[in-house]
Design a protein around this ligand. Structure first.
Ligand SMILES: Cc1cc2nc3c(=O)[nH]c(=O)nc-3n(C[C@H](O)[C@H](O)[C@H](O)COP(=O)(O)OP(=O)(O)OC[C@H]3O[C@@H](n4cnc5c(N)ncnc54)[C@H](O)[C@@H]3O)c2cc1C
Ligand code: FES
Ligand code: FES
Length: 478
């Protein structure tokens, strides 16, 4: 069944938008058409959190809440979901929601511009968890910037939520919301608004039919990269094909040799699974963007951008992952080491999409990864280094080393790997090997780091890796 109408809940009311502009952002829609202006625009690129809204979605029969950046999400992606904006948090009886109340009591707001965004991020945290420790609180607000408060009062407000009654009007209305969400979540969306199209198929079969019949299409996953074409470059996207509603692309399967991740699996779902196998992969993901970015951003989208500073890319290179590519008639498994072919270019041919990523489980190897960025949270890497060593009897049998931010593509350090092979695990081995990084990379300087800094840090990460292996201690800020 097909519809050109986007149906969603605005709090507990069904709203329908017939044939919306597929390039309109949720932020723009909320402010100009719903005419609620609590949700603010700061940066229009997902970096400040002023535009944070919460989406409710049915997952295994329960409503799961996710804070997202409405400035970089398109209106049709609301289909089948509940949209919660800051104005909805005031209870019917006029009392403040516990999150708002805590912000008032602990002086979490000064000029107030960032406050609606913080409230929505904390609301999502409040609804999805039973208790709130420092780590969870900091993670939950890592995508919200405040110029006035210095954050401490906001963190204190969040901590105080441990002591309040968890019941709110949303828990009271839960059954009603579940019923309404079930009622509206059914159809494939096909929009044709003037010269712009938007397709949201539910199966790969439907996706392939759309691919066959349309040209010049752009696949949309989390949109944390693609949407910036509209909000920053001020261009239009003529034909968007949303992959996010296709269940077959959203999964995590584990067997004894590898973990396979569907391309549209959100980074936030993936981080909790990968933690069990590669804790350093998890640590890097925790510093990837913010909760808002990781709630929608996908592993397939990260790989498809082929960004030289994409965080998962060097890690997947050093883990010898494989990318399952699908076209209309065939599938192929490509080693990720052959996937990036130039600056922001991949092996993907026109109309091919990533179906999944297979990540081998090196159970006996030592794996380490480091992200270096100017700011600890919510910042893009200057350099990312990833190291995977097979060590037997204190000898390095195999080394798989990859860096991001050191070349036009994320890349393996082949010369460095070769010199480490069959050498004893000693500091001298690593001191010698680090100079081979000069053969592997000729980095450029840009606003994030100079070329000299990049090379020096890349070398230092290799030494840091040895120190951590040798001392069995972590030497890093966590
Ligand atoms: C505020 C902010 C912070 C960020 N921080 C980080 C960070 O710390 N680290 C980092 O690495 N990146 C970061 N990014 C970049 C961005 O999050 C990533 O590039 C993201 O992973 C893209 O995934 P997505 O699902 O949002 O992709 P989208 O934006 O939906 O798509 C990106 C590109 O991939 C294509 N694509 C998507 N899925 C597929 C598929 N299955 N098959 C084929 N093509 C596909 C799309 O057509 C598009 O060209 C940040 C972005 C923002 C806005
Ligand atoms: S306006 Fe800054 S994150 Fe959306
Ligand atoms: S209270 Fe002014 S920016 Fe946060």
């Amino acid at each position: 069944m097909i519809s050109d109408t986007v149906k969603f809940l605005l709090n507990d009311k069904i709203l329908e938008i017939n044939n919306p502009n597929p390039n309109q952002t949720i932020l723009n829609y909320v402010r100009t058409e719903i005419k609620k202006t609590g949700t603010k625009e700061g940066c229009a690129e997902g970096g400040c959190g002023a535009c944070t809204v919460v989406l409710g979605e049915l997952v295994n029969g329960e409503v799961k809440y996710s804070a997202i950046n409405s400035c970089i999400s398109f209106v049709p992606s609301l289909n089948g979901k509940q949209l919660l904006i800051v104005e909805d948090l005031v209870s019917n009886d006029g009392k403040l929601h516990p999150v708002q109340d805590a912000m008032v009591k602990f002086h979490g707001s000064q000029c107030g511009f960032c406050t609606p965004g913080f409230v929505m991020s904390l609301f999502s945290m409040f609804k999805n968890n039973k208790s709130y420790d420092g780590e969870l609180i900091k993670d939950s607000i890592s995508g919200n910037l405040c110029r006035c408060t210095g954050y401490r009062p906001i963190i204190d407000a969040a901590k105080s939520l441990n002591k309040v009654d968890k019941k709110d009007e949303f828990s009271k209305n839960k059954n009603k919301i579940i019923k309404l969400l079930k009622k509206i979540k059914t159809k494939n969306i096909y929009i044709n608004n003037e010269d712009k199209k938007f397709f949201s198929p539910k199966t790969i079969k439907d996706l392939k039919n759309i691919i066959k019949k349309n040209s010049n299409l752009s696949f949309l996953a989390g949109g944390t990269d693609l949407s910036l074409t509209v909000t920053k470059e001020r261009k239009e996207i003529s034909c968007i094909v949303n992959l996010k509603e296709i269940r077959e692309l959203d999964f995590i399967r584990v067997n004894k040799n590898y973990i396979e991740v569907g391309a549209t699996t959100s980074l936030i779902e993936f981080e909790n699974e990968i933690k069990k196998y590669y804790p350093d992969f998890y640590s890097v993901l925790k510093r990837y963007g913010s909760v808002q970015i990781r709630s929608v951003g996908t592993i397939g989208g990260n790989i498809a951008t082929a960004s030289p500073i994409g965080d998962t890319l060097p890690i997947l290179l050093s883990l010898n992952a494989e990318v399952l590519i699908e076209g209309i008639n065939k599938r192929k498994l490509v080693p990720i080491n052959n996937f990036f072919i130039g600056y922001r270019k991949t092996k993907l041919k026109k109309n091919e999409f990533i179906r999944s990523i297979k990540i081998p489980l090196f159970k006996k190897n030592i794996f380490k990864a480091f992200k270096i960025s100017k700011r600890f949270d919510d910042d893009i890497s200057s350099i990312c280094g990833s190291f995977n060593f097979e060590i037997i009897n204190n000898k390095i049998k195999k080394a798989y080393i990859a860096y991001g931010g050191m070349a036009a593509v994320p890349k393996r350090a082949r010369a460095c790997e070769e010199i480490l092979k069959n050498k004893l695990l000693t500091i001298n081995t690593f001191i010698k090997a680090k100079d081979y990084l000069e053969k592997d990379f000729m980095p450029i300087g840009d606003m994030r780091a100079s070329k000299e800094y990049r090379l020096e840090v890349a070398k230092n990460l290799l030494i840091k890796c040895f120190v951590e292996i040798n001392t069995k201690k972590l030497t890093r800020v966590i």
